[in-house]
Design a protein around this ligand. Structure first.
Ligand code: ZN
Length: 121
């Protein structure tokens, strides 16, 4: 369950983290533009080349999250909180956790996110 939560947090912050990384590289490239132009050109090409790799990495994190969720669901545990979860009556229906309120599709995708009983901090 912990691995699932780590991967879910990684997935949730992945795109924003990549965005800020590219912003940082842009700032470095702008600062180096007049001092040492090859750095700017190198960063530009690195950014272009790494973009498809970042998209592939994001897709792999997404697939890993689904894989971990399916594995936990098949064992009868909620991926979000670890409590026992009831198998849905019909195939293709949503798994629903009565403890934390999260819902999961059969492919592992989370469909519902409910605030904790204590509410927002
Ligand atoms: Zn749960």
């Amino acid at each position: 369950m912990r691995l699932y939560l780590i991967v879910r947090a990684l997935r949730e912050s992945f795109l924003l983290g990549i965005f800020w990384l590219y912003v940082l590289l842009l700032v470095v490239a702008l600062l180096c533009m007049f001092a040492f132009p090859p750095v700017t050109i190198g960063l530009f090409w690195c950014g272009l080349v790494s973009l498809p790799l970042v998209l592939i990495a994001g897709r792999m994190v997404h697939m890993l999250q689904h894989l971990l969720a399916r594995r936990l669901l098949s064992r009868g545990h909620c991926p979000a909180c670890g409590s026992d979860i009831m198998r849905p009556g019909e195939p293709g229906m949503e798994w629903y956790c009565g403890q934390c309120g999260h819902g999961f599709l059969a492919d592992g995708e989370e469909t519902l996110e409910v605030e904790s009983p204590a509410g927002p901090a």
